[in-house]
Write a protein that binds this ligand. Structure first.
Ligand code: HEM
Length: 132
């Protein structure tokens, strides 16, 4: 079962409440029975599933799902998503990590530059007023 390859067309074909698939981390999950049980509501899953032709990985990861939530996934597994199809799959590693580290580096610079300028100003004041 887990070795089954699901194509983009198959993913998109399962888009109704009678049968709904979602693509997460390069794997396809059948969320049909889980829709009504999802603590975040069915709409958010429907928005990422089936005929939207989307990869739900980013939405799933952005919520910061718990280990308990992740532990529910194996039971819903249908198979692997085709690797060289229309849709480029996302892995947990590739999704968002470069962006978040860039933002982090950016925010460090945001503090670093003004503080350096402030320090330089006070150093200048210290030396010019001290020797006058
Ligand atoms: C099959 C895939 C999914 C499973 C098994 C799942 C499972 C869960 C579970 C167990 C929770 C409770 C909190 C936790 O334990 O983290 C939760 C919360 C939530 N989920 Fe999902 N989820 C799935 C997909 C998604 C997707 C695609 C979205 C889209 C944005 C989403 C959005 C949310 C939100 C917003 C909450 C927070 C609800 C709240 O605390 O009010 N989930 N999910």
């Amino acid at each position: 079962m887990a070795d089954k390859i699901i194509t983009y067309d198959e993913l998109k074909a399962h888009a109704s409440k009678e049968s709904m698939y979602i693509l997460l981390h390069g794997k396809v999950y059948d969320v049909t029975k889980f829709l009504d049980e999802h603590p975040g509501g069915d709409e958010v899953i429907i928005a990422e599933a089936g005929d939207t032709g989307k990869d739900g990985t980013d939405a799933f990861e952005d919520v910061g799902h718990s280990d308990e939530a992740r532990a529910l996934l194996p039971d819903m597994l249908v198979g692997e998503f085709e690797k060289d199809g229309v849709l480029k799959i996302k892995t947990p590693k590739s999704s968002g990590q470069t962006i978040s580290s860039a933002v982090e580096a950016g925010s460090n610079m945001m503090y670093f530059i003004p503080l350096t300028l402030l320090g330089a100003y006070f150093a200048y004041r210290f030396y010019t007023t001290g020797s006058a």
